[in-house]
Design a protein around this ligand. Structure first.
Ligand code: RFL
Ligand code: PHB
Length: 392
């Protein structure tokens, strides 16, 4: 006897969307989340949804607020040599992206769960995974009241992000790890001020990378490349604004609107993949299995693509006793993952100031930027990766 068919660890985009997709197939799941509902609904992270992500959310009926409040974008700007070079995403690919905060997707998915009476347990602790190589694995944990619980399932989905417990539950030697750290981090700022430009601006400057993004007509999102050893306490709002002004300056003159800083934080950058994304009856999805630096805006979109594959694989396995898709789940995901890993590394390398680079490498970087901005073949390659390659 099982308590539920799929035990899902983590109520981020991966865990919530998986639970919802499974429900549409008539498969029941329980989501266990370490944080509170309020915390996960407020966590500021991704902003860019690829076209395939937007279409999937719309198809399953959780895209109505996204359709109204999401900001469709048909181009982006590469800013270097003190000028803008527009990449016309839609003209080049026929597709677009939508700016809509990750926490808004999380809120929409939680609301859909509540609406349908689907179980999410927040504030759980001491989560441990057991019996992963059996056909009836189980999860032990403490609920919000501190009571010890056990959840027996047919499958466990590890959707608990990079710092979760699922991946470390796999015995040593079973996974191959690919890890790459970058000699810089991002300082992210959310500010109450209207965007200063209608599109995203990815800036390469001698002082380091800067990004202008947004959340709404009133809220701007900005990022600065900083040393990973920097402490947020040393970055006053004034210091942040003056650094942004310097890096976003153009020869023609650019006005960056300043305003109250609502939130700020520093995130290190890394690329990380484990292979395979499965061990027995444990399937990993999203950041639990792979991380990309945010310059390509791919992390959340990859999480969505993973759970789309996983819901299909688990439907075949649990409803039709057909394990073929489950056996090929990892390979299918990893093809898209590695494409996104390469694209994210390429965007990161092209736009950041590497403290260890010599003048030769700096010249190569500028040459790559100028080529991307002037060749429609190079611009199309960037654009088709950015808007999201079609699902296999
Ligand atoms: P999440 O979102 O980290 O969710 C994992 C959930 O698991 C919970 N958890 C546990 N629950 C129970 N027991 C445990 N032991 C647990 N341990 C952890 C956590 O509390 C959490 O709720 O992973 P998921 O679902 O795989 O989603 C991945 C995305 O969050 C991530 O890839 C993106 O945010 C990355 N990202 C971006 N992705 C994009 O597609 N487009 C973007 O524009 C974009 N910009 C960004 C980003 C990430 C950023 N940061 C802060 C890392 C910008 C930034 C600055
Ligand atoms: C964001 O708006 O948070 C954002 C936009 C583009 C990125 C990363 C983050 O590449």
């Amino acid at each position: 006897m099982t308590d539920t068919q799929v035990g899902i660890i983590g109520a981020g985009p991966a865990g919530l969307l998986l639970s919802y997709l499974l429900r549409l197939e008539g498969i029941d799941a329980v989501v266990l989340e370490a944080r509170s509902r309020e915390y996960v609904e407020k966590r500021v992270r991704a902003g860019v949804c690829e076209q395939p992500t937007v279409e999937l959310l719309r198809e399953i009926g959780v895209g109505s607020r996204l359709a109204v409040e999401g900001l469709p974008h048909h181009g982006l700007s590469l800013r270097f040599d003190g000028a803008d070079h527009r990449i016309a995403l839609t003209e080049l690919t026929g597709s677009s992206i939508t700016v809509y905060g990750q926490q808004e997707i999380v809120k929409d998915l939680i609301a859909a769960h509540v609406d349908k009476g689907m179980p999410i347990e927040f504030d759980v602790s001491d989560v441990e995974l057991h019996g992963l190589r059996t056909e009836s694995p189980w999860i032990t944990y403490r609920d919000a009241a501190g009571t010890a619980r056990e959840l027996r399932c047919a499958v466990i989905a590890g959707c608990d992000g990079f710092h979760g417990v699922s991946r470390p539950s796999i015995p040593d030697g079973e996974l191959t790890v690919f890890d790459h750290e970058y000699p810089f981090a991002w300082l992210g700022v959310l500010a109450r001020t209207p965007p200063s430009h209608e599109e995203l601006i990815y800036t390469r400057h001698d002082r380091g990378f800067a990004l202008h993004s947004m959340r709404s007509p009133e809220i701007t999102r900005l990022y600065l490349q900083v040393d990973p050893a920097e402490r947020i306490e040393d970055w006053s709002d004034d210091r942040i604004w003056s650094e942004l002004q310097l890096r976003l300056e153009t020869k023609e003159g650019f006005t960056l609107h300043e305003g109250p800083v609502l939130e700020k934080g520093i995130t290190p950058m890394r690329s990380f993949v484990v292979e395979p994304m499965q061990y027995g009856r444990l399937f990993l999805a999203g950041d639990a299995a792979h991380i990309v630096p945010p310059t390509g805006a791919k992390g959340m979109n990859l999480a969505v693509a993973d759970v789309r594959n996983l819901s299909r694989a688990l439907t075949a396995l649990l409803r039709h006793k057909d394990g073929e898709l489950a056996a090929s789940y990892s390979d299918r995901c990893l093809r898209r993952v590695w494409r996104a890993e390469h694209f994210s590394w390429y965007m990161t390398s092209m736009l950041h100031r590497d403290p260890n680079a010599d003048e030769f490498q700096n010249r190569l970087q500028l040459s790559q930027l100028r080529y991307t901005a002037s060749s429609s073949a190079a611009a199309t390659s960037l654009a088709e990766n950015y808007v999201g390659l079609p699902y296999e």
